[in-house]
Design a protein around this ligand. Sequence first.
Ligand SMILES: Cc1cc2nc3c(=O)[nH]c(=O)nc-3n(C[C@H](O)[C@H](O)[C@H](O)COP(=O)(O)OP(=O)(O)OC[C@H]3O[C@@H](n4cnc5c(N)ncnc54)[C@H](O)[C@@H]3O)c2cc1C
Length: 416
Amino acid sequence: MTRETNVLVVGAGPAGLASAIEMKRLGVDRITVVDREPEAGGMPRMCHHTGFGIWDFHRLLSGPRYARRYVELAKVSGVEILTSTVIIGWDDARALTYTSPSGVGVISGNAVLLATGVRERPRPARLVPGTRPHGVYTTGSLQRFVYERRLPVGKRAVIVGAEEVSLSAFMTLREAGLEVAAITTKHPRHQMYFPYSLAKLWLVDLLNRTPILTSTRVRRILGLRRVEGVEVVHEDTGRTEVIPCDTVVFTGDWIPENEVARSGDIVMDRGTLGPQVDGGFRASRIGIFAAGNLLHGAETAATSAMEGRMAAHQIARFLEDGVWPEVRLPVHVSSPILWVYPNSISNSDSRLPRGRLAFRVDRFVDGAAVQVKQGGKTLYTRSFRRLVPNETLHLPDEWLEHVDLNGEPLEVTVTG
Ligand SMILES: Cc1cc2nc3c(=O)[nH]c(=O)nc-3n(C[C@H](O)[C@H](O)[C@H](O)COP(=O)(O)OP(=O)(O)OC[C@H]3O[C@@H](n4cnc5c(N)ncnc54)[C@H](O)[C@@H]3O)c2cc1C
């Protein structure tokens, strides 16, 4: 079966839906959003805790309510949503192949927005040795167990990772009735800066009473059929400790859902592992855009939705004038910088989204200067009191006008 649409959006999460709604508002017609899940709404559907909506709906919502709002708005706007539809590859430059309960088909559009999100790296990908017992989850798989399938999880858990999403795991475990024995992080400090005011008071109290083991590494998972504990090493002293538990949740450590982009010969960024985009959310192939968490590990839902809306403006413009940049320069990074986004600069970029370049680092760095360079020339330097891992940091785009588009790739580095 072959279907035609004007704009095909892959992924009905906050980025894809917000983009579709905004395109409708801008007068773009025939927008089709596809999602492999039986229900639209993306990742928030699984996050039954509060913490969504404050920026885009000006009220605090649970994940499922937030997701429903976007789905309802999209439907009211006249966006076509196809669920249980998995994009499996490319048939042509702007035509994608899909499978759905009604069969296999091709859907083509004049523009395509990829908004397929991210997932957490599972335990095998993190190379944690030990046995392979039941009771090991990522936050995402935990939430599917608890909220979607309503299955029992365990009694006592250890959370590996201490960033914002670790709080989501904490809330889910508590709501499922588990005690959280400890939260571990390889970093010397935790990175859970989620506004405490958004969390329930009982949670803050419990969290404050939960041991957070910093500078630790999970050396082994113990147990044959069921998890019986984790062995952690305190990196500062070399001391090992066994924490008895029947559940382990690996949190954060994101990997983009980049299969659709990769199978389309789209240039991928070495840092984010998502599609390389310029300041207009344009991927390397004409008419293909990308937005949301696919571009950069997990941001909040509101940030992804905002990017979707910004991409909508670029898509609407492209549909009108067909203009696509001729020159793109990649932006490379080196450690401790993990990635930057946007990660290419094109001749269509007069500003970057929200006037800034976003980046993340892999460790805490105190008193750092971050530089944008091109061919050995420093275009911009900004000092930071502290660079924090798992937190998105920003550089204003004041240096953009000094970029030589015929020159070498840009580099973002840390000095000092
Ligand atoms: C555990 C957890 C807790 C969180 N808690 C909060 C919070 O409290 N507050 C907050 O603001 N944010 C929170 N977030 C972040 C928020 O969920 C994300 O920022 C947001 O969902 C990203 O939106 P997105 O549209 O980019 O991607 P997603 O929401 O991930 O949507 C991507 C969609 O693409 C679909 N898809 C992927 N591949 C294909 C394919 N091949 N074919 C068809 N469809 C496909 C997926 O099914 C999915 O529905 C949390 C995230 C997690 C994982």
